[in-house]
Design a protein around this ligand. Structure first.
Ligand code: UT7
Length: 332
């Protein structure tokens, strides 16, 4: 059995900054409400369709591959996490194979929303543990802005989400005290419709939507308070599960990188585990919630700033639509 370790990281966000004041020109909202409830000051939204989920993913991936010091032919597999793919099908993974001119390797898409990156890492880790693959490109990318209801009707959801992508290379690690120590995944489909985009779906296809002007099932729906309450419980549970599986405690955590869902959720978890401000990395203030991309972007930024160091215990955790949730315990 091998371990896997992160050997390259990269992220890409669009240049276009959208502030809370910019949103207040589109809908009845204000900077104070958004900052107080979510911590978000601004987010990046793709302008003039300059990018897509796949092109952003490819840009982040290029940086990660370069930083891992790998050649294209060394990549064995692609795992791509997103809830906003370029096409209904096929998934974005195959587009990455083409855009980066990789060999005809396998490409798998993961559909686990805010937990997508944690799930993607877990999948890649299993392929490496079994010895099947040596280097896997894992991407989380999200293009939300084109699908949001930017009117007052949609303000409870649309002020939260941002566009962006992050990528890592997972590579074989022979020392099994290093790298990804364990991953922990969960779901509870009973709450699938608490955070969802209902359609277009095969059971509710485009002509049916167009026939009813009141049908707005193509916009994301979220029962915010319900999601919030579940998030703080599940985040805590799944971090504890990961620590326990490795005979560790909260005191062993050097860096916690939560999915950037809401600054209040991160702060709740920080307090619960007794972590100091420099043991938790948050960047939701500048990028909003980028779902499957958020941990990848935050991890890359933290690493670029020298906040993730050799031998550190790094904990990743996420909760989101599905419901799905999970954690990753890493000895860097
Ligand atoms: O990443 C996946 C997981 N997602 C999450 O974890 C998100 C979890 N939920 C949340 O982060 C929060 O529930 C929100 C930030 C989405 C909302 O915050 P909240 O404190 O739960 O607010 P609320 O939905 O209960 O709304 C409170 C009030 C309402 O007005 P009334 O009924 O009290 O008059 C809303 O209509 O705030 C109003 N409101 C807004 N006002 C200004 C909702 N959205 C806005 C807005 N600007 N953007």
């Amino acid at each position: 059995m091998y371990n896997s370790k992160i050997t390259g990281l990269g992220f890409f966000v669009p240049d276009n900054i959208v502030t809370n004041d910019d949103l207040a020109k589109m809908m009845d909202t204000n900077d104070a409400w958004i900052q107080e409830r979510t911590g978000i000051k601004e987010r990046r939204w793709i302008k003039d369709k300059e990018d897509t989920t796949a092109t952003m993913g490819a840009k982040a991936a290029k940086i990660a591959i370069e930083r891992a010091g790998l050649d294209k032919k060394d990549i064995d597999f692609i795992v791509f996490a997103t809830l906003s793919p370029d096409y209904f099908f096929p998934g974005c993974g195959v587009q990455i194979q083409d855009m980066l001119d990789l060999p005809h390797i396998g490409a798998l898409d993961v559909r686990n929303q805010c937990s997508g990156f944690v799930y993607a890492i877990s999948v890649a880790d299993q392929f490496i543990k079994t010895g099947m693959y040596k280097n896997i490109l894992v991407i989380g990318s999200e293009y939300h802005s084109n699908g949001l209801d930017k009117t007052t009707r949609g303000r409870g959801v649309s002020v939260i989400f941002g566009d962006g992508a992050g990528a890592v290379i997972l590579s074989r690690e022979e020392d099994n005290t290093k790298g990804i120590l364990s991953t922990h995944l969960h779901s509870q489909g009973e709450y699938a419709e608490k955070l969802t985009v209902i359609s277009p779906s095969i059971k509710h296809w485009v002509p049916e939507i167009c026939a009813n002007p009141d049908d707005i099932s193509y916009y994301p729906y979220m029962d915010g308070q319900f999601v919030f309450k579940n998030a703080i419980v599940r985040f805590s549970e799944v971090i504890n599960e990961g620590l326990k599986a490795n005979n560790l405690t909260a005191k062993d955590i050097d860096m916690f990188i939560p999915h950037q869902a809401n600054l209040r959720i991160s702060q709740f978890v920080q307090k619960k585990f007794g972590l100091s401000d420099d043991q938790v990395y948050n960047n939701i203030m500048y990028y909003g919630n980028t779902t499957a991309a958020s941990i990848a972007i935050a991890l890359t930024e933290a690493w670029e700033k020298g906040l993730v160091k050799d031998n550190d215990l790094v904990v990743l955790a996420a909760f989101g639509s599905g419901f799905t949730w999970g954690s990753v315990i890493i000895r860097w």
